[in-house]
Design a protein around this ligand. Structure first.
Ligand code: XIL
Length: 374
């Protein structure tokens, strides 16, 4: 028996699970997830390359679905017009398949991490609609086609909406027009008819953005396009969004006949400042000094609060039958939140600490899942 299963057993006994048999089966997130649902994690390249052995082993033990943190983004997989770099993505896909995981592709169309050449036309002008559509189709056909039958689901379009629910003014929208979303879904389906296809965005707990996302997906489906799920990234804070807003968002998606997914879950524990996003460097330094409040470790009280927060959101996921919840990173060591939205802070957003030890938040999620077992 491993030290970890002893901990979990002790927890289960303390919780009063009377008929608890000694750990023949390891108690992990994937074994506790409701049948048919998936519990996933984003792997970084050090993990999918096998260089971060401990992080990878932890991920393989706990999760049955995986997403690539960066290596399938356009700038990585297709950095130049005539050059694709598939080696890291090939390793990622083989790793996931080899361990029986559901392998997600992230992401086909986004306005970030996309090289400038994609949007460039001739003579210093911007690419026109036909050029951009041709590039998109060829990129999608090549990337989705390569992993046909192996990548189970794709984030087709990421972050197409602004906070008020209008379409974000990206180079995609400006060059192609509003049907760029439909085209992206059409091309993805063409390249792998069996793959699940998702629309992915953040802050879908905000009513205006949530309703716009629902309308957007319904519009795509009304055109006969395949859309299997609507992903809320879930980059949340320890206090915000309110549970009621998450509850209402999941309920609204279900009521509209859509399948909600949580695709990039983490909980920022640091204070947020409305000026953080888009601040200049000097301002960022000031905000960093003011908000990097736990440089040497997370106080026990905040650790407990984080655990309760995770328990609360998981209770909602179970209630609304969310079919996949994916964490954006394995342990706190690798979280992108040390550098976003302000670089150089110490954050604690995940279920394992930077040394790979379970946090109270892990136990809390385990407990919620365990209680929900039939
Ligand atoms: C982030 C990665 O985690 C970082 O490593 C990278 O520098 C920037 O992108 N929404 C998304 C993800 O859809 O792709 C982003 O991932 C986080 C926000």
């Amino acid at each position: 028996m491993t030290a970890r299963s002893v901990t979990l057993l002790a927890g289960a006994v303390a919780l009063g699970a009377a008929a608890w048999a000694p750990a023949a089966e390891p108690l992990t997130l994937k074994t506790l997830a409701p049948p048919g649902s998936r519990i996933g994690v984003a792997l970084n390249q050090a993990q999918s390359d096998g260089k971060d052995e401990a992080g990878l082993a932890l991920a393989l033990r706990q999760f049955n679905s995986t997403s690539p943190e960066n290596l399938l983004k356009w700038e990585r997989v297709h950095p130049e017009p005539d050059r694709y770099d598939f080696a890291p993505a090939d390793r990622y896909v083989e790793l996931g398949r080899g361990h029986g995981m559901f392998v997600v592709g992230h992401v086909l169309l986004w306005h970030q991490q996309t090289p400038d050449w994609v949007f460039a036309g001739e003579g210093g002008r911007k690419a026109d609609r036909e050029t951009l559509l041709a590039r998109l189709r060829s990129h999608v056909a090549t990337v989705v086609g390569r992993y046909k039958g192996r990548i189970g689901g794709w984030d087709v379009v990421n972050e197409a909406l602004d906070e008020d629910g209008s379409l974000r003014r990206t180079p995609w929208l400006e060059a192609i027009g509003e049907d760029y979303l439909a085209k992206a879904f059409e091309y993805a389906h063409e390249a792998d008819p069996a793959a699940e296809l998702y629309y992915n965005d953040y802050n879908l707990w905000k009513p205006a953005k949530r309703d716009a996302a629902i309308r957007l997906v319904q519009g795509l489906k009304a055109r006969g396009l395949r859309v299997d799920g609507i992903g809320e990234q879930g980059h949340w804070g320890i206090d915000d969004p309110p549970l009621a807003a998450i509850d209402e968002a999941l309920a609204a998606m279900r009521a509209a006949g859509l399948v909600p997914l949580i695709t990039e879950l983490d909980m920022d524990v640091l204070p947020r400042d409305p000026d953080m996003w888009g601040a200049d460097l000097a301002k960022k330094a000031t905000i960093r000094a003011k908000t990097n409040v736990y440089p040497d470790g997370l106080p026990a009280a905040v650790q407990e609060k984080l655990a309760r927060r995770y328990a609360d959101v998981f209770a909602l996921f179970l209630e609304h039958d969310v079919s996949r919840v994916t964490f954006w990173g394995v342990t706190d060591a690798g979280s992108w939140l040390h550098n976003f939205p302000i670089p150089g802070r110490v954050n604690y957003p995940l279920l394992w600490d930077k040394d790979g030890h379970e946090k109270p938040a892990f136990e809390a999620v385990v407990e919620v899942l365990r209680k929900h077992l039939p």
